[in-house]
Design a protein around this ligand. Structure first.
Ligand code: HEC
Ligand SMILES: [Cu+2]
Length: 340
């Protein structure tokens, strides 16, 4: 029989393939990925990840190295000599209990340290922006209490200034997560959780509910749009302005259709008697990039598809089919799209 040692390279090749498979995330990382952080807390988390990954790789190489060495060095030789038999070894038992315990304690200390540095509450001098996040099945409500803004599935934040989030849920447990900006924070009914971060660079960052919350959990996404302070202020002013004056016949008819149908019971439009709380605030829905929690780009065609049959687009979601006529849908879309 051919000696196993002559095939040692097979084992090395398997180990190499295994190692290569361990790092696909690093190699193919695409935003939104915690591997391309854009805040100091996300960088702290990435640094912790890198340290833990480094420790894991060192352990992996030592263990696999010893394994490969043993396979080759102590392989069965032609003489078929039986090695000395050992039953139990106190020093070995102690060593392999103590060594992992030390590693675990080191990881714990590093993790506690990162948990502290990654979640520094901003000081009043940093003039943080306050945002209340409310998770709903299956969309996100964002309220800016100091500015009086209410929006959905689209957060605007200034760069270089901390944003402080108070997070809760209207129904089940959700989790607020923007991989490039911060760690996950649970959104729970009846309890407030908190997180804060400062985005360094203008950009659009994708967020996602990170706690299974029912049928449309995967379609519970949102955007964080980080803008220079001046652009943020322009957005905030536009959002706090009352609802846009409706011009044009079609939009006017859409407005009537809206107030004559079930829409008012579930949606709010500030400055009108539509004060529903079940669905997203529509006061400035025409200014948002997406509808239905990141599922559809906000175009007139997509909005018409949504209003016509929300259950086909997002089965199980809380907006029912309302059996509207094509004329009503067109008018409603014209009205809602005008609400910039
Ligand atoms: C029973 C409550 C209910 C009624 C009635 C209702 N909606 Fe909705 N609507 C919702 C909910 C909940 C959502 C969010 C769905 C999701 O993303 O999971 C929604 C989402 C929307 C959106 C997308 C908003 C966004 O920012 O994502 C639009 C537009 C909309 N509804 C328009 C209407 C119109 C027009 C009517 C009346 C014809 C109407 N809705 C009736 C509950 C309702
Ligand atoms: Cu959720």
């Amino acid at each position: 029989m051919r000696s196993f040692a002559s095939r040692w390279w097979v084992i090395v090749a398997i180990a190499a393939v295994f190692l290569a498979l361990m790092f696909p995330a690093a190699v193919f990382a695409q935003p939104p990925s915690p591997l391309s952080p854009a805040t100091s807390s996300a960088r702290d988390i990435l640094q912790l990840h890198n340290i833990i990954m480094g420790i894991a790789v060192v352990i992996f190489v030592i263990v696999e190295g010893l394994l490969i060495y043993s396979i080759i060095r102590f392989r069965r030789r032609d003489e078929a000599e039986v090695p000395r038999q050992i039953y139990g070894s106190v020093p070995v038992e102690i060593a392999w209990t103590v060594a992992p315990a030390i590693v675990v304690v080191i990881l714990m200390i590093l993790t506690f340290r990162t948990m502290r540095t990654a979640a520094q509450p901003p000081s009043a001098a940093q003039n943080p922006l306050n945002v209340q996040v409310v998770g709903h099945q299956w969309w996100w409500e964002f309220r800016y209490p100091d500015q009086g803004i209410v929006t959905a599935n689209e957060l605007h934040v200034p760069v270089g200034r901390p944003t402080s989030f108070q997070i809760e849920s209207a129904d089940v447990v959700h989790s607020f997560w923007v991989p490039q900006l911060a760690g996950k924070v649970d959104a729970m009914p009846g309890r407030r959780t908190w997180i804060s971060f400062t985005v360094d660079e203008p950009g659009t960052y994708q967020g996602q509910c990170a706690e299974f919350c029912g049928a449309q959990h995967a379609n519970m996404r949102f955007l964080v749009i980080a803008q220079p302070e001046s652009a943020f202020q322009v957005w905030a002013e536009q959002q706090t302005a009352g609802p846009v004056e409706v011009t044009g016949d079609l939009a006017q008819r859409g407005r009537e259709a809206f107030f004559q149908s079930a829409c008012v019971g579930c949606h709010a439009i500030q400055g009108t008697n539509a004060q529903g709380k079940t669905g997203p605030d529509l006061t400035h829905v025409g200014s948002r990039r997406t509808i239905a929690a990141g599922l559809l780009e906000n175009t007139p065609e997509n909005m018409a598809r949504w209003i016509e049959n929300p259950q086909e687009i997002k089965p199980g979601n809380q907006m029912p089919n309302l059996d509207l006529s094509q004329a009503q849908i067109d008018a409603l879309v014209a009205y809602l799209q005008s609400l910039k």
